[in-house]
Design a protein around this ligand. Structure first.
Ligand code: ADP
Ligand code: ASP
Ligand code: MG
Length: 407
């Protein structure tokens, strides 16, 4: 008898038929003798709607605790519905909100981190032979208020619960049958991977491959949780996330990801002197706004610089407001913001030992006439920022150039 955590994403619980399908799948595991804890997301589209309502009232200065109050309300619906669907199949089940499942987080509303899980209530439920259906994406902060973990955070809830329960496996059921070399919805020739290393999956997730949320992969890596990504609509083995030594044949580039999550800001004509970068990025850090790519270019006479960087699209209105407030102090001429950009990244552990990967990326994009607005790299990843109208073209061209196309 194994203890398994199963997680179902928004499209898998998008309507009552799909919820019945999920319940039937859970029943099969129960009938096979497994104990099952289930984590579910809100119905597809629900969380977007909730976020839009908050932004509709106040795009920049809303109270983050109230934001969480609103956006955490999608999952409570689906846990109840899944529990009812299970009960009507004769499977004993009960639902748990984040706090009822003992999911404790820090107080960073909107992007809270799980600090501990006290799983006794869920364990007691499982020991009684019931399925525990837990709300993903939410927890309880130090002040007793509901928190959310950031978009896509149900994956993290599932992996954290699997670690706390010492589950044998964490199965992430979604609308694709595994992790592909790139988003199969954009590149038809994308190939499904049987296995991917934690490290590559972490990097892919962190640059936008939303099939797994970044923190869920980091947690899985840290706690050695066996994660499998698979389809809730088909019966096929999915992709296993494993250690590097479990990979038989490794590729130099294993995947390509993109993120439409970023927005570009250029601070034009700042004086090129020590301390300006600190003056620009200090107030953003204080406002808890993360900055990703950064490029600085200096004018021909060396007196002025343009500082270009990216923030998440959600933070753009706040970032603009923060910089407008310190305009006088920094002394820049103009602030230009562009949300119509995409970050495209190639990932592979083979980059550590092979040269020319970046050159191939730049050349491939140049051949298609695509301009690169910013670049950033890590040991196993190269990212470029381009205009978002070229997303599909760039992904397809790079996928072919690195020899990843399915035959
Ligand atoms: P869920 O609601 O189940 O959490 P998500 O929409 O968050 O599902 O993630 C699944 C989606 O991730 C897929 O529909 C696919 O479009 C996208 N995706 C992006 N990159 C990849 C990739 N490399 N492999 C598989 N899916 C990917
Ligand atoms: N419902 C949340 C979201 O849409 C969490 C998740 O789906 O993982 O971001
Ligand atoms: Mg998701």
């Amino acid at each position: 008898m194994a203890l398994i955590v199963q997680k179902y994403g928004g499209t898998s619980v998008a309507d009552l038929d799909r919820i019945r399908n999920v319940a039937a799948r859970i029943k099969r595991a129960v009938d096979a003798g497994d104990r099952v804890a289930v984590v579910v997301s809100a119905m597809a589209g629900t969380t977007n709607q909730l976020v839009a309502w908050v932004h509709g009232l106040d795009p920049a200065n809303y109270d983050p605790a109230e934001y969480d109050q609103v956006v955490s309300t999608g999952e409570p619906i689906t846990i109840g519905l899944v529990a009812i669907a299970l009960q009507s199949l004769g499977v004993p089940a009960r639902s748990f909100l984040g706090w009822q499942a003992g999911i404790r987080t820090d107080g960073a509303h909107g992007k809270a981190r799980i600090v501990a899980i006290e799983p006794q209530a869920v364990q007691a439920c499982l020991e009684k032979g019931k399925v525990a259906v837990v709300a993903g994406f939410q927890g309880i902060g130090p002040d007793g208020r509901v928190t959310t973990l950031g978009r896509g955070g149900s994956d993290t809830s599932a992996v954290a619960l699997a670690a706390a329960l010492r589950a044998e496996r964490c199965d992430i059921y979604t609308d694709v049958d595994g992790v592909y070399t790139t988003d199969p919805r954009i590149v038809a020739k994308a190939k499904k991977l049987d296995r991917i290393t934690y490290e590559e999956m972490l990097e892919m997730a962190s640059v936008g491959a939303k099939v797994l949320e970044t923190r869920s992969v980091a947690l899985a890596m840290q706690h050695r949780v066996r994660v499998q990504v698979l389809s809730s609509f088909e019966d096929r083995p999915g992709t296993l996330v494993v250690d590097e030594d479990e990979i038989v044949e490794s590729q130099i580039v294993s995947g390509i990801a993109y993120s439409r999550n970023e927005a570009r800001i250029t601070v034009q004509q700042v004086e090129d002197r020590p301390g300006v970068a600190a003056a620009v990025f200090g107030p953003l850090a204080e406002a808890n706004i993360n900055v990703d790519m950064i490029v600085q270019s200096v004018s021909r006479d060396g007196r002025f610089a343009n500082i270009t960087f990216t923030v998440s699209k959600a933070d753009l209105p706040r970032a603009e407001a923060v910089l407008a407030r310190v305009k006088e102090r920094i002394g820049f001429e103009r602030l230009v913001a562009d949300p119509n950009v995409v970050k495209v990244s190639v990932i592979g552990v083979g980059m550590r030992s092979h040269a020319g990967i970046a050159h191939k990326m730049f050349q491939t994009l140049a051949d298609k006439g695509i301009n690169i607005q910013a670049i950033s790299t890590s040991e196993i990843k190269i990212s470029v920022l381009i205009a978002d109208e070229y997303t599909e073209l760039a992904l397809r061209a790079l996928h072919s150039a690195y020899g990843l196309d399915a035959a």
